[in-house]
Write a protein that binds this ligand. Structure first.
Ligand code: HSE
Length: 437
């Protein structure tokens, strides 16, 4: 009987998880595919396997696996762009199917790689590139393919959600919690990709392409990091009935698309607010499906391996039947993928949360409200309280009515120049996501 032979490139958290899953669930994989799935070669530049298996050959040069005649499917699990891109291109040109977990690669070079894969009649699958174990690629590309999608929003970076959730319930520092997320295998090799929103941006570009049929492109994506967040903000937001999440959002606004990764206050009653730790959650609004929410672990060895290996099973089923992959890379046929206008950051209209530390004087509050009023920014809520009676410092928290980002940013800039203000002003959008209950 035919067996499906895999070459795993990369033996870090994800590669190790994939190898473990294929070994530990070999019987189930066999039953799903109707043939054995075997890892025959492993390529890793830095790590040697900790086990000895005479059936698996080990190479330090990962590129050797791209033209190895013993391999049917190359698993690109090395991450980063340069070598990964070279490996994937070479494997495709050599007629190998490729599965990758690499969001940066797909977001920045997906168009070229899909076209190359089409030319060479091979599959290029990437379920694990977005949201760990959540099968969001399959859901957008297949399960909800009949819908007109108007919004895809959610938490798509496990590391930052882990940091925000831990900060909200403990007094541990940001850097302490980030180190823990790195030890747990959640964070990127360079964790600034997580905390500056770059990783979520890569994933959002992929989701937007699947949802709206727009080309994969990182241009005009608005990305805001989350490292400026303080425990004081998390506490104030909680007291006002919100949670702070690092949100990725792709939505239709008058036939244009808003693509943004930003910190957001979300009502504590929304299900997304309850997704903590390394959890990811993706909310999809479709017509006629209505609102759908998918949740699950967004990072780590097992959850990511789950998605990689489900791609292996899909492709293996096709290979056993000697059938070509019927699923389009991004769901849409190539000619249907077209650019749409994107909204700029300044055009966003939303309610805002502001937290300002100021001198304890009635003039502080009146100067701030004058600046807001001058720009037609009205207040829904304003709360002030003493932070430190000895230094006469107060904290002023304001929730505005919906106002344009441009007006709000200009107002914050002017407020920050007031003599009575201390330190940076926190400004966070309030996102009124449709409920999914
Ligand atoms: N660093 C990523 C995260 C890994 O934390 O979500 C999974 O893509």
């Amino acid at each position: 009987m035919k067996e499906i032979r895999l070459g795993i490139c990369g033996l870090g958290t994800v590669g190790g998880g994939v190898l473990d899953l294929i070994k530990s669930n070999a019987d189930r994989l066999y039953d799903q595919v109707g043939a054995p799935i075997k890892v025959v070669k492993i390529g890793s530049r830095s790590k040697k396997p900790l086990f000895h298996d005479e059936e698996i050959l080990f190479y330090q040069d990962v590129l050797l696996l791209a033209d190895d005649p013993d391999i049917d499917i190359v698993l690109e699990l090395i991450g980063g762009v340069d070598i990964a891109q070279e490996l994937v291109r070479k494997a495709i040109i050599n007629g190998k199917h490729v599965i990758t977990a690499n969001k940066a690669l797909i977001a920045s070079h997906g168009a070229e790689l899909f076209s190359l894969a089409q030319k060479h009649s091979v599959s290029l699958r990437f379920e694990a590139a977005v949201a760990g174990s959540i099968p969001i690629v399959k859901v957008l590309r297949e399960s909800l393919s009949s819908n007109k999608i108007s919004c895809v929003a959610g938490i798509i970076n496990g590391t930052t959600n882990y940091i925000l959730s831990e900060m909200a319930v403990s007094d541990r520092s940001f850097s302490d919690i980030l180190s823990e997320a790195q030890e747990l295998g959640f964070a990127e090799a360079d964790p600034t990709f997580d905390i500056e929103g770059i990783d979520a941006g890569h994933k959002l570009v992929i989701l937007a392409s699947l949802a709206f049929g727009i080309p994969l492109s990182l241009d005009e994506l608005c990305v805001e990091g989350m490292s400026q967040i303080s425990i004081a903000d998390l506490k104030s937001a909680n007291e006002l009935g919100y949670r702070i999440k690092h949100l990725a959002l792709a939505r239709l606004v008058d036939e244009r698309i808003e693509l943004s990764v930003h910190l957001a206050l979300i009502s504590e009653t929304h299900l997304i607010s309850r997704v903590d730790g390394v959890g990811n959650a993706i909310f999809i609004q479709g017509d006629p499906s209505g609102e759908t929410l998918l949740c699950g672990p967004g990072a780590g060895a097992g959850p990511t391996a789950s998605s990689v290996v489900s791609d292996v099973i899909d492709l293996a089923r096709n290979l056993i039947q000697e059938q070509a992959d019927q699923v389009k890379y991004l769901g849409f046929s190539t000619t249907a993928i077209k650019p749409r206008g994107l909204l700029t950051q300044d055009e966003i209209v939303a309610p805002w949360y502001l937290r300002i530390e100021a001198e304890d004087s009635s003039k502080s509050i009146s100067s701030i409200t004058d600046i807001l009023t001058k720009r037609d920014i009205s207040k829904q809520t304003i709360v002030s309280r003493a932070i430190d009676t000895s230094s006469k410092k107060i904290e002023i928290v304001i929730i505005t009515n919906p106002s344009s980002a441009k007006a709000l940013f200009d107002a914050v800039e002017e407020i920050s120049r007031l003599q009575s203000i201390f330190g940076a002003i926190t400004k966070i959008r309030i996102e009124d996501l449709p409920s999914c209950t």
